[in-house]
Design a protein around this ligand. Structure first.
Ligand code: B12
Length: 104
């Protein structure tokens, strides 16, 4: 699969992305890595350009539940990515909301 791997808008952490990129590549996927601090607008533009089979969003800074929701809403608003599988994971919130991984 061609997979876009991306951090979320407010998240500057990078080792999560490095790890996930290697993990996916070692399983034979073609990974387009956008890096950290990716805005919903940049993500939708990258999806238009690369036409991926899936998107993996990673966030660990505690704002992932909010940032990922904004990113998925932006993707769903575009015809090309309205039905694109998106996996969201990492540490998506703080305290009781950490450690979740979800598919959207
Ligand atoms: C290193 C680190 C930093 C470094 C980052 C350096 C860099 N270049 O990346 C620095 C010092 C810069 C930093 C900054 C900050 N950090 Co920091 N950081 C860490 C630390 C110690 C390790 C993170 C790491 O690199 N882990 C190694 C990678 C490989 O593992 P990982 O991140 O857990 O990712 C794995 C899983 O989460 C999972 N995963 C991740 N994404 C996805 C996606 C999917 C789909 C799936 C299935 C799985 C998955 O798989 C990954 C690989 O195993 C963690 C604490 C910790 N021990 O986790 C805090 C931590 C993530 N940081 C935290 C915070 C709050 C911050 C700051 C906001 C602090 C501040 N006030 O400035 C800033 C971030 C600012 C921003 N705008 O984002 C908090 C987040 C709080 C929360 N979620 O509850 C943590 C948890 C520390 C804590 N306990 O409070 N940080």
């Amino acid at each position: 699969m061609k997979i876009i791997l991306s951090g979320t808008a407010s998240d500057s952490h990078t080792w999560n992305l490095v790890y996930l990129g290697l993990f996916l590549e070692e399983r034979g996927h073609d990974v387009v890595a956008l890096g950290p601090c990716v805005s919903p607008r940049l993500l939708t533009a990258a999806c238009r350009r690369h036409a991926p089979d899936a998107v993996v969003l990673s966030s660990v800074n505690g704002h992932g539940h909010r940032d990922a929701l904004a990113a998925v809403r932006a993707l769903r608003a575009e015809p090309e990515s309205a039905a694109l599988p998106v996996a969201v994971g990492g540490k998506l919130g703080t305290a009781g909301r950490s450690g979740e991984a979800e598919a959207a």
